[in-house]
Design a binder for this molecule. Structure first.
Ligand code: HEM
Length: 497
């Protein structure tokens, strides 16, 4: 079926139908009467078109223009242009030239890229059923085909209920103490050292993810889970050649071992009769409980979703705060205030609480502005499951559709001086659908509360107890695969005296 957005069926399309209909008129009045009767007209048209091997919708589809843009060379398309420079520069250039909906051809796939808030909402939310999530087959094999990202429909809805049950605000408020302990331990291990900020943030984000997936009695398995995941991770961006010795082969073996460890943890939990509120508990309990294979695919998937994303955001926050001493001071003062209120609590209750994290407006705006400026997930992928009309253009079935979050976040129409880091802009809520760091609609990020909590906990201790410097200044960016400050932002950290 050909879908339209509201009243976007334009005059070109309507004219197309008229021309096809007009071709069947005769001089006889009865025939005229019959022919002008709309149902008969439609039937005749469709018969005529079928005689030529066309369905009415196929004909309409052929008349709709594709979005403007260029497709590049056969097979390779514009892949080299995209990767020979900063991909964000490629998207920005295209948008400037062709507007907010344009076509291109990347990595062997014809694509439509969209960079307006309405178009992103159309694809991700209001017409989400017309666009399925899409990943390279090798990524699906590595993460596991039953993981949440690749799903649509009832199974996806069930997985979301289970994930949100474990990561929604009600579940997360019990995790504050654990997340704070992980932040304290991470910072302590950095004291007096020159660290690779991104790598250390990855370790921290991994530890937080694991403590929200498993129980503390399962820690004995955790080291093995981590080792398997590290090997798996090395294969994510490798050539998908499954021959002994290749990174891909090693990754697939590590994946099987990881699934075995998860199966052991599940068996031990069943034996112990543990009923837990963590992610594994949510997957195992109740009438929507998953099979062991579904559980391991989704645990690997959540680690994959949680780790590099949160670590990149934390790395950018450190950079932006260091470069903007005025905001660093404001954040530090706000966190000092929280520290004082913690100290006034009863002995034994001097920890960070959920209530504290809700009283950090300045720090929260710094996080929002970092998510906007850095836009670490600069776009996402969908695939049209049928021919779709959007604003008079055809998005053919099977084409990839990429909502470009970063272009929206950097549009001067929605954010004045978009490249400037200015958290105070979030004192006023952004316009609807212009700020989507956690996506939008059916596949939006269920881990956003946990991500914000772990950033707040780390910033609380970093700003109140430590000082730091960045020996390598500069604006270099690397892609790994998210945009990152060059060399993972080396940072020297020491306790405040
Ligand atoms: C600052 C850190 C994070 C950012 C910027 C982020 C961003 C996103 C975005 C943009 C999506 C939607 C992708 C799409 O529509 O294709 C997403 C999905 C997802 N995220 Fe996050 N995320 C973060 C942290 C986390 C964490 C900590 C977790 C888990 C604890 C998590 C779990 C997930 C999952 C499971 C999905 C897939 C949801 C679905 O397909 O229904 N994310 N994330």
């Amino acid at each position: 079926m050909l879908w339209t957005l509201g009243c976007t069926m334009n005059t070109t399309t309507a004219a197309t139908y008229t021309t096809i209909n007009g071709a069947t008129t005769t001089g006889v009045s009865m025939w005229l009467f019959l022919l002008l009767c709309p149902p008969v007209l439609a039937l005749l048209c469709s018969k005529l078109l079928r005689a030529f091997g066309l369905s009415p919708l196929a004909a309409a589809r052929q008349k709709l223009p594709l979005p403007p843009g260029t497709m590049g060379w056969p097979y390779v398309g514009e892949t080299f242009q995209l990767y020979s420079k900063n991909p964000n520069a490629f998207f920005a250039e295209k948008q400037k030239r062709y507007g907010s909906v344009f076509k291109t051809h990347i990595l062997g796939c014809p694509c439509v890229m969209i960079s307006s808030p309405d178009a992103a909402k159309f694809v991700l939310s209001t017409r989400a059923t017309l666009f399925k999530p899409t990943f390279p087959a090798s990524k699906e094999r590595m993460i596991g085909r039953q993981a949440i990202f690749f799903q649509q429909g009832d199974y996806h809805a069930c997985l979301r209920r289970l994930v949100v049950r474990a990561f929604g605000p009600d579940a997360i408020r019990d995790k504050v103490a654990g997340v704070e302990a992980a932040a304290i331990a991470a910072l302590r291990s950095w004291n007096g050292r020159l660290i690779n900020t991104y790598q250390e943030m990855k370790t921290y984000a991994f530890n937080v993810a694991l403590l929200s997936i498993f129980d503390k009695d399962e820690l004995c398995y955790i080291e093995e889970v981590k080792q398997c995941y590290y090997t798996l991770e090395k294969g994510y961006n490798s050539m998908p050649i499954n021959l002994p010795g290749t990174l891909f082969h090693k990754a697939m073996r590590a994946r099987r071992q990881l699934a075995e460890r998860v199966a052991e943890i599940i068996a031990s939990r069943r034996k112990r009769g543990v009923a837990a509120t963590d992610l594994l508990g949510s997957f195992m309990e109740g009438k929507e409980a998953l099979t062991d294979d579904q559980i391991s695919d989704n645990i690997i998937g959540v680690i994959f979703a949680a780790r590099d994303t949160t670590a990149s955001v934390l790395t950018w926050i450190v950079k932006y705060l260091t470069e903007n001493p005025r905001f660093l001071q404001a954040v530090t003062e706000e966190q000092e205030e929280v520290r004082r209120s913690k100290e006034q609590a009863e002995e034994g209750d001097k920890c960070l609480t959920w209530a504290h994290t809700k009283k950090m407006p300045i720090t929260s705006r710094v996080i929002q502005e970092t998510l906007r400026v850095a836009s670490i997930l600069s776009f996402t992928f969908r695939e049209a499951v049928e021919d779709v009309e959007y604003q008079g253009y055809l998005i053919p079935k099977g084409w990839k559709v990429l909502p470009l979050f970063r272009n929206i976040h950097h549009s001067p129409d929605f954010f004045s001086e978009p490249d400037k880091f200015d958290p105070s802009r979030f004192e006023v809520a952004p316009k609807p659908n212009t700020f989507m760091p956690f996506g939008n609609g059916t596949h939006s990020c269920p881990g956003n509360e946990l991500a914000k909590l772990e950033v707040l906990a780390l910033l609380h201790h970093l700003t109140t107890k430590y000082r730091w410097s960045l020996p390598e200044s500069g604006n270099g960016i690397q892609f790994a695969p998210f945009a990152l400050p060059m060399n993972g932002l080396p940072m020297r950290v020491s306790l405040k005296t």
